[in-house]
Design a protein around this ligand. Structure first.
Ligand code: GLU
Length: 506
């Protein structure tokens, strides 16, 4: 790698929610920047006013915040190369488009949208390019005088690149190696639109140059645009400054057939966006990983492994480990299949691995949203510690932890009743007597008392444990039952036994 300072950018268009592929692009940019002590830049590519969607930019910012992938330069924090929103840079681009026209690498095109539409209708596979450009209304087909007149009359026009005939352009992709294109295959893309805004093709090249971007990583879907960009870098005389490119592999549908889309998520019942996205125009809500109960650490971890591995069997990585181990050489060319079950596995592992204290605010929210009253933080942390190994998604904490804060709402009486006996009622009444006066209350002591009493009464401990669990929890789940009792405390344990005895005997 050259000794140029590493500067990478994520350059989303604010057109809607952020697909997990987009977040993976952010992640790979971020990891590369941090690994090489470089800068990570967020540039908003909002030059297509027709596709601009209100709220999409703040959604992207929130999303990066949630993931902890905070840019060093952005429309929010600014930076040396501000502004970072392309719409605010509008005045910059015309000069470069005009320069290309002067050089003969671009031209003015005056065709109206209606005329173009007509051509598309009449000519199969119509492309504005080498074959047809001479017959259309542009500065290549019209005389200089006609062009001047049209320009003087402020006739709406665009500037198009003039794709050269019979050339081959190529570059070295950091993931794919040598990639080349025939210029004959590519149409004359618009560079500057009639409203004076640049298109993506012009803006991305100008801004990557002006912002001194050293490496540009983007999704594979941008590969077809590469020949246009390569020519622009060349024509503008900036070839020596061109960033090194890498086109990241697609994230595929679970069956491997095609790119994972928003619709696949809806069809198969899993999120495809990072966070909930509400489309105000259609009223449609697209669910996100965050709201479903994913931890950002797990979300990043699973994204990192979509198309990358470190060459070992390790699957769980912290962000610091990823920064340390990440390399583009180990990103595969092939698309990566998305597996939602595996995604959930990552989350479960991360919940297990997290310190109970660090989950406190998330879990407290899950519980309070469901009406559970949580007042004691220290108690909440103890509860989390006991049940976190049983939770896959954050909302699972409701089922797994609510009974520590309130009496069970339902009891699985059926699992107990058929084998219920008076002797068992007597056992639990005696248990209450034995423990009522106890000064210390802990799981081990309670277990000893419980087992000794069972032996005295000649009842198998195994027959008493399930009823005891149902008394405390309401159902057949949860951690070690004596640990539950310890956390609940003596009074609540006794109250719950009493209440359940009434139910079992009624
Ligand atoms: N604005 C493009 C997008 O929306 C960026 C592509 C690139 O990174 O060059 O994805």
């Amino acid at each position: 790698m050259s000794d140029k300072k590493v500067r990478v950018r994520f350059a989303p268009s604010p057109t809607g929610g952020l697909h997990l592929g987009g977040v993976r692009t952010v992640l790979f940019n971020y990891l590369f920047a941090k690994k090489h002590k470089g800068d990570f830049i967020l540039r908003i590519e909002d030059t297509d006013q027709n596709r601009y969607v209100e709220g999409a930019e703040s959604y992207i910012l929130d999303c990066l915040q949630w993931c902890g992938l905070v840019p060093d330069e952005s429309p929010v924090v600014g930076g040396r190369f501000a502004p970072y929103r392309q719409s605010e840079r509008k005045s910059i681009y015309r000069e470069y488009a005009e320069r290309l026209v002067m050089q003969g690498h671009a031209y003015y095109a005056f065709d109206t949208p209606e005329e173009l539409e007509q051509n598309r209708k009449e000519i199969p596979n119509f492309q504005y390019g080498q074959v047809y450009r001479k017959g259309l209304r542009n500065s290549l087909s019209l005389t200089e005088h006609e062009v001047d007149q049209l320009l003087d009359a402020q006739t709406p026009h665009v500037i198009r690149i003039k794709m050269p005939a019979d050339e081959r352009v190529s570059f070295n992709d950091m993931i794919r190696g040598h990639v080349s294109f025939e210029t004959n295959q590519v149409d004359d893309k618009v560079l500057l639109k009639a409203d004076g805004m640049p298109t993506y093709h012009l803006a991305v090249v100008v801004d990557d140059y002006l912002m001194k971007i050293s490496h540009a990583f983007r999704g594979e879907e941008w590969l077809p645009s590469a020949p246009v960009h390569l020519l622009l870098w060349d024509y503008l005389g900036w070839k020596a400054n061109m960033p090194q490119w890498a086109h990241l592999p697609l994230i595929l549908k679970p069956d491997g057939h095609g790119k994972l889309s928003k619709r696949d998520g809806a069809r198969l019942g899993f999120p495809v966006y990072a966070m909930n996205w509400f489309d105000a125009k259609t009223g449609e809500l697209t669910p996100g990983f965050r709201e479903l109960g994913f931890l950002p650490e797990a979300f990043l971890n699973l994204l990192a492994t979509l198309g990358w591995n470190d060459g070992t069997d390790q699957e769980i990585f912290t962000l610091d480990e990823l920064v340390d181990k990440f390399s583009l050489e180990r990103v595969s060319k092939a698309g990566a299949k998305f597996d939602f079950e595996k995604a959930k596995w990552f989350n479960a592992e991360w919940i297990k691995k997290s310190e109970a204290g660090s989950l406190k605010s998330e879990v407290s929210k899950v519980l309070t949203d469901k009406g559970v009253i949580v007042t004691d933080d220290a108690y909440l942390v103890k509860v989390i510690d006991k049940v976190k190994d049983r939770c896959v998604l954050l909302p699972d904490f409701y089922q797994q932890a609510a009974y520590f804060f309130e009496q069970p709402k339902e009891y699985d009486v059926n699992s107990v009743k058929s084998k219920w006996t008076d002797a068992k009622t007597e056992f639990f009444n005696l248990l209450i007597d034995r423990v009522s006066g106890a000064e210390t209350w802990d799981a081990a002591k309670l277990e000893t008392t419980f087992k000794a009493l069972a032996e005295e009464k000649a009842i198998k401990v195994g027959e008493l444990l399930l009823p005891f669990r149902i008394m405390l929890v309401g159902g057949k789940f949860g951690p070690h039952v004596f640990d539950i009792a310890e956390l609940l405390g003596k009074e609540k344990t006794i109250q719950r036994i009493e209440k359940a005895l009434d139910l079992f005997n009624s």
